[in-house]
Write a protein that binds this ligand. Structure first.
Ligand SMILES: C[S@@+](CC[C@H](N)C(=O)[O-])C[C@H]1O[C@@H](n2cnc3c(N)ncnc32)[C@H](O)[C@@H]1O
Length: 191
C-alpha cells in the first residue's frame, strides 16, 4: 500500500514509537484490534523484548495472533483477553510504551467500543508503569457515540498530570476537519 506519510493519528503515533522504542524494551498495546499497532511494537522491541496486547474481543485477538504469526513475531507477544482496565494485574514490570487506539474495531459490529471509565482506569495504571522516557500514545476518535466524551475525559486526565513529571502533547492535523482523529502523547520526563 502507498504510504500517506504522517497522515492521521495512527501514523503519527508510529513515528513517536519508532523514535522511542529500542530492542529489548517492554511495551503494551492496550487495544490490539486487528493487530497493526501490536505488530509494530513487536518489531521494534525485537526477540529480546516483550509486548502485552489487550482486547476484550476474541476475534480481535485471533486477528492479532494471525498477523503476528505471519510476520514471525508471535514469540515476544502475550495476548491478553481482558479489558485494559486490568493492566496492572497482568503487567508488573515497567514499560517503555503504552498504545491506545480508541473507538471500535474496524470491520466489526460497533457495539464494543472503548469507554471513558475503563480508558481512564487504564491510563492511571499505564502512567504508573511507565519508565522515565517512556510514552503513552492515544489515537482519539470523536465521530462515534461516546467518542467526544471519551476524548474530553482523556484530555482532562492528561492536562492534570504534574508538569514536572510528564510532558503532554495534543497533536491535530492542521489541514483536516476539527472532528478528524487526533493524537495525545504523554511522555514521562527522563530522569
Ligand atoms: C480502534 S480498535 C484498535 C485497532 C488496533 N490498534 C489495530 O491496530 O487494528 C479499538 C479496540 O479496542 C477494543 N476495546 C474496547 N474496549 C476495550 C477495553 N476495555 N480493553 C481493551 N480493549 C478494548 C475493541 O474491542 C477494539 O478492538
Amino acid at each position: 500500500m502507498k504510504s500517506r506519510g504522517l497522515s492521521g493519528a495512527v501514523p503519527l503515533s508510529h513515528f513517536f514509537l519508532r523514535e522511542r522504542l529500542k530492542t529489548g524494551d517492554c511495551a503494551v498495546d492496550a487495544t490490539c484490534g486487528n493487530g497493526h499497532d501490536t505488530l509494530l511494537l513487536a518489531q521494534l522491541v525485537g526477540q529480546g523484548g516483550r509486548v502485552w496486547a489487550f482486547d476484550v474481543q476474541e476475534n480481535a485477538l485471533v486477528a492479532t495472533e494471525e498477523r503476528l504469526a505471519g510476520a514471525g513475531c508471535l514469540d515476544r507477544v502475550v495476548l491478553v483477553h481482558s479489558g485494559h482496565e486490568r493492566l496492572a494485574e497482568v503487567v508488573s514490570e515497567p514499560v517503555k510504551a503504552v498504545v491506545f487506539n480508541l473507538g471500535f474495531l474496524p470491520g466489526a459490529p460497533r457495539e464494543t467500543v472503548t469507554s471513558s471509565e475503563t480508558t481512564l482506569a487504564a491510563l492511571e495504571q499505564a502512567a504508573e508503569l511507565l519508565l522515565p522516557g517512556g510514552i503513552i500514545t492515544l489515537a482519539v476518535y470523536t465521530g462515534h457515540p461516546g467518542g467526544a466524551v471519551e476524548g474530553r475525559a482523556v484530555e482532562a486526565w492528561a492536562a492534570a498530570l504534574a508538569p514536572g513529571r510528564f510532558n503532554v502533547w495534543r497533536c491535530r492535523q492542521g489541514n483536516r476537519s476539527e472532528v478528524a482523529p487526533y493524537l495525545v502523547v504523554v511522555e514521562r520526563i527522563p530522569s
